[in-house]
Design a protein around this ligand. Structure first.
Ligand code: ATR
Length: 287
């Protein structure tokens, strides 16, 4: 693509931003659509986030992604916030609106679309969610919004799981999240579950770590979805497979959070073929 007087800019704000794969997603999509658009990383120093968002609006940047540590802090800088993002308290995508930006959480919609494309359902399912940190809390909201029947939220510190459960159940106006201590997994109902791994335990370079190591737990898992994509196969995924389950990493979640952001910025629908092409490009960074 030739950069000219009409080129629109999107980008990523965060700190640090050097290791991001988002430019691969958006610049590949721009090329495939023939859009005159570039996507670049913008490191934002501590204390300068509000200036960065106001400056982006003044420069008429078409859209921004937001990463660590600003996904919560960015909310007061926005004109509007989508309801799921607002409930979760985390925004990863800004879409230009008159006078500023509207915030969305495409991380969670991306996880949902990734699961759908793999044929993994949430609606009416009984599930296990591991961890009660920021990412798992967001997944708990997603599961509640998408109609999960029951989510057993297993965490090392049960009090934290209880806090997340209370918050999400109150917001959902029904009992959907059931908090449990990790060590109590034996008291789960006798059946197999979809399990989502929402902690950073097992992330490279700590590839031998796993939240729960007991094979007995994995006998209860028919499908394991790890939000981590580096390493390509986490220890959690290995244990799921060793016990007869199907396991997925988080790269498709990364892919679809980007695709949904691209769709919001450009008012297009990304086809399955385009999604596959971007996925192949992302995979080159791992295998
Ligand atoms: P966030 O999503 O907020 O970034 P994280 O740091 O990735 O959070 O993960 C935090 C989660 O991982 C918590 O649920 C934490 O359990 P506690 O609430 O008991 O601290 C869980 N966690 C971290 N290390 C763990 C370990 N060694 N074993 C089990 N769970 C662990």
């Amino acid at each position: 693509m030739e950069i000219d007087g009409r080129t629109r800019t999107c980008g990523l704000i965060g700190n640090p931003v050097e290791h991001t794969l988002s430019p691969v997603i958006h610049n590949t999509l721009a090329q495939r659509f023939g859009h005159n658009l570039v996507y670049v990383p913008f490191p934002v120093e501590t204390g300068r986030l509000a200036e960065a968002v106001a400056g982006a609006s003044a420069l008429k940047l078409l859209g921004l992604n937001v990463t660590v540590p600003y996904k919560g802090e960015v909310i007061p800088c926005l004109r509007e916030v989508d309801s799921l993002a607002s409930a979760i308290g985390a925004v990863n995508t800004l879409v230009a609106v008159p006078g500023g930006y509207k915030g969305y959480n495409t991380d969670m919609e991306g996880l949902y679309r990734a699961m759908m494309t793999e044929g993994i359902r949430i609606a009416d399912e009984e599930m296990i969610l591991l961890g009660a940190g920021g990412a798992s809390r967001a997944v708990a909201y997603l599961c509640a919004v998408k109609g999960a029947k029951r989510v057993y939220l297993l965490n090392r510190t049960v009090e934290k799981a209880q806090k997340v459960a209370e918050e999400v159940n109150r917001s959902a106006k029904r009992q959907v999240i059931f908090p449990m201590a990790l060590s109590d997994f034996n008291s789960l109902p006798e059946r197999k579950f979809l399990a989502i791994q929402g902690t950073s335990v097992g992330l490279a370079p700590h590839v031998d770590d796993v939240v729960i190591d007991d094979a007995k737990f994995y006998e209860r898992v028919h499908t394991g979805f790890d939000l981590i994509y580096s390493p390509w196969e986490t220890r959690f995924m290995k244990l799921v497979k060793e016990n007869g389950g199907q396991a997925y990493n988080g790269l498709k979640m990364l892919l679809y959070q980007g695709i949904i952001a691209y769709e919001l910025w450009n008012g297009v629908k990304v086809s399955g073929e385009d999604a596959d092409a971007v996925y192949e490009k992302l995979k080159e960074h791992f295998i």
